[in-house]
Design a protein around this ligand. Structure first.
Ligand SMILES: [Zn+2]
Length: 222
């Protein structure tokens, strides 16, 4: 990752996650917009031509991507996995959880869009299944970055979530990342790095669909 040349914080990252990654902030612009995205990538010395993105659908599909997929959008999926070190994988969010995954040496990496639907439909199970079966990676060796998302301080949901996830809401609010972490830990993943930021709470830094009904999106990249 290149230097942040401005004094503005236009991306954030976890200092403890071992592989190069970031999540843009509002100050980087709307990453759904090609011009703003390319301009941000230039500002951090990254080639947006190596980026693979997804037409995300709140489903559970994960696609394995290769060099020939660079500079494209993969249709109808919410997770991307590759073993090509030259590729950058990106996931759009504005309240859902962006998770970035890397095996111990960064040889295989993944970017996954995790909302309640994807979590309920088994996107984490699908991703870990592919990493184990197609890439022969032990789930215990995975490291996971959890980016900014709407957290239990702000995420008021209906009580139907209690049955879906076999949990109790606290003050009517859902703790999506707690469910995610429980799931990851059940696979023996214990290196989880959470930036501990709430998109809905921090209006200066993040877009929030729940707060603003906006179409602008943050981008998380590994
Ligand atoms: Zn909050």
């Amino acid at each position: 990752m290149g230097k942040n040349r401005t004094t503005k914080m236009n991306f954030i990252f976890s200092a403890n996650f071992h592989y190069k990654h970031f999540t843009t902030t509002k100050l980087a612009g709307n990453m759904k917009n090609r011009t703003e995205r390319d301009s941000f990538f230039r500002s951090v010395d990254l080639n947006s031509g190596n980026l693979v993105l997804a037409n995300q659908v709140h489903g559970n599909a994960i696609k394995i991507v290769k060099r020939c997929d660079k500079n494209t959008f993969i249709d109808s999926c919410d997770g991307l996995i590759t073993n090509d070190r030259n590729l950058l994988l990106g996931i759009f969010t504005a309240d859902c959880i962006p998770i970035l995954v890397s095996c111990s040496d960064g040889e295989v990496k993944a970017a996954i869009h995790v909302g309640w639907k994807g979590l309920y439909l088994g996107i984490i199970e699908n991703a870990i299944g592919i990493l184990i079966n197609d890439f022969c990676i032990s789930s215990k060796s995975l490291k996971v970055y959890i980016g900014p998302h709407i957290r239990s301080c702000c995420y008021r949901t209906g009580s139907e979530m209690e049955n879906k996830f076999n949990i109790k809401l606290v003050n009517g609010k859902l703790d999506l990342s707690a469910i995610l972490c429980t799931k990851l830990e059940s696979y023996g993943v214990n290196e989880i790095f959470d930036v501990n930021q709430c998109t809905c709470h921090n209006e200066q830094l993040f877009f929030s669909y729940r707060r603003d009904c906006c179409t602008d999106r943050l981008l998380s990249v590994i």
